[in-house]
Design a binder for this molecule. Structure first.
Ligand SMILES: [Zn+2]
Length: 104
């Protein structure tokens, strides 16, 4: 079962401001602390944040990933339209077009 993090909206509970509760995904979020009865809210737990794994996920999130293929040769595995697939150290025209990516 997943672990959810809750935050007290008022201070003074023995559990501390933020505490963890193991709940089923089918359980409704708690609204009050079972210890002190104070109001609480569920917060996004760090453990629930998924990291992008595929190259296309990375590209969609705006990342550029270079994989070293040889000395001074990198493959841009997240190449977008108009970008060079291979990046050569001494050829700036093959570098990823960050300006274009950022202005998107
Ligand atoms: Zn409490």
């Amino acid at each position: 079962m997943p672990i959810y993090e809750y935050q007290h909206l008022k201070k003074g509970c023995l559990r501390g401001e933020v505490f963890e509760v193991v709940q089923s995904v089918h359980d409704r979020p708690l609204t009050h602390c079972t210890e002190c009865g104070g109001p609480i809210k569920r917060i996004i737990s760090r453990t629930n944040i998924s990291t992008p794994k595929t190259n296309s996920e990375l590209r969609d999130l705006g990342f550029t990933k270079l994989v070293r293929r040889d000395d001074g040769v990198y493959e841009n595995v997240t190449a977008r339209d108009g970008e060079s697939k291979m990046m050569l150290r001494d050829k700036p025209e093959t570098y990823p077009n960050l300006k274009k990516t950022i202005s998107d």
